[in-house]
Design a protein around this ligand. Structure first.
Ligand SMILES: C[S@@+](CC[C@H](N)C(=O)[O-])C[C@H]1O[C@@H](n2cnc3c(N)ncnc32)[C@H](O)[C@@H]1O
Length: 285
């Protein structure tokens, strides 16, 4: 079968199976199967697929048709310009989480330069995407990253090694910020689980079925992890240190309430105008 025929029939198949963006998925999986880029697909429409390539493409399409996210099939997702390994042990990094990285960089820019290197903790690091982005942007920072899941930490460590950043980040299995010294950090950043089990039916089926449950759901209300994270962050931050968290519109008002007593509380929206990043400063006194 020629490449262009394989692509056309894949688009038809994914459309019939109601996979969103069928052309994009068909192309992505063909690029993955042939280890090539999009330009190659369009430069060689008459290239014949070998029987082995056709069989691997068919297997990838079958996985996608049953709802497996393309990133778990290809094993990759881009974040902050970096190619990251992803497995079903980690949440697939989302573009909106890049706003969290931007908010940290903005907060760092506002702070007077500390005498010692910036100390940052990323709670619930998953694939390591936030910690890795910060390690590349802030070469002087000392970064600690935790996750409750040993399988997620394995992926995060592999990503750090892939980008030669393993010496920059200390990964540790921990419940949120436990084990970090009080008053020792300049920044606490987190994209914690924040979806409530009560709103489970509003979550995309692919997310519910294939992404790690403890990465998505926090408990019945969605606030359960953040409610523990905020006082822990208060304890480990230096006075004047920043807490930056990803949130959703559903919990934005409650998060504001939980941040009562902090300075500079600010909630900023993502590109869809959904409240997405909460940040606040531990008071100086
Ligand atoms: C929403 S995912 C975020 C992953 C990654 N930081 C990102 O932005 O894509 C939340 C992560 O928090 C971890 N997690 C859940 N509860 C935790 C806890 N109590 N302590 C530490 N990590 C936790 C999950 O294993 C998951 O990797």
């Amino acid at each position: 079968m020629q490449l262009k025929e394989a692509l056309t029939s894949a688009i038809t198949r994914l459309t019939a199976d109601q996979v969103p963006s069928p052309r994009m998925n068909a192309e992505l999986l063909l690029m993955f199967t042939l280890s090539c880029d999009r330009a190659y697909l369009y430069a060689h429409p008459e290239r014949e697929l070998t029987a082995e390539e056709a069989s691997r493409y068919d297997a990838a399409l079958a996985e996608r048709a049953r709802g497996v996210p393309a990133q778990y099939i290809t094993g990759h997702q881009e974040f902050w310009g970096m190619d990251l390994i992803v497995t079903p042990a980690v949440l697939i990094p989302r573009p909106e989480t890049e706003h969290v990285v931007e908010a940290v960089l903005d907060s760092v820019g506002r702070a007077p330069s500390p005498a010692s290197p910036l100390r940052i903790a990323d709670a619930g690091t998953g694939s390591g995407c936030i910690a890795l982005a910060l390690a590349t942007e802030l070469p002087q920072a000392e970064i600690h990253a935790t996750d409750i899941s040993p399988a997620a930490l394995e992926v995060a460590c592999a990503n750090a090694a892939r980008h030669q950043l393993e010496h920059r980040i200390q990964f540790r299995q921990a419940d949120l910020l436990t084990g970090l010294e009080p008053n020792s950090l300049d920044i606490v950043v987190s994209n914690p689980p924040y979806v409530g089990e009560s709103e489970e039916d509003q979550v995309q089926l692919e997310v519910r079925k294939f992404e790690p449950r403890n990465a998505v759901f926090a408990g019945p209300r969605g606030l359960e992890v953040i409610t523990r994270l905020i006082p822990q962050a208060h304890a480990v931050l230096k006075p004047g240190g920043w807490l930056v968290m990803e949130i959703s519109g559903t919990i934005a008002d409650d998060v504001k309430e939980l941040l009562r007593g902090w300075d500079g509380v600010q909630i900023t929206p993502d590109l869809q105008s959904i409240p997405r990043v909460a940040r606040a400063r531990k008071p100086q006194t």
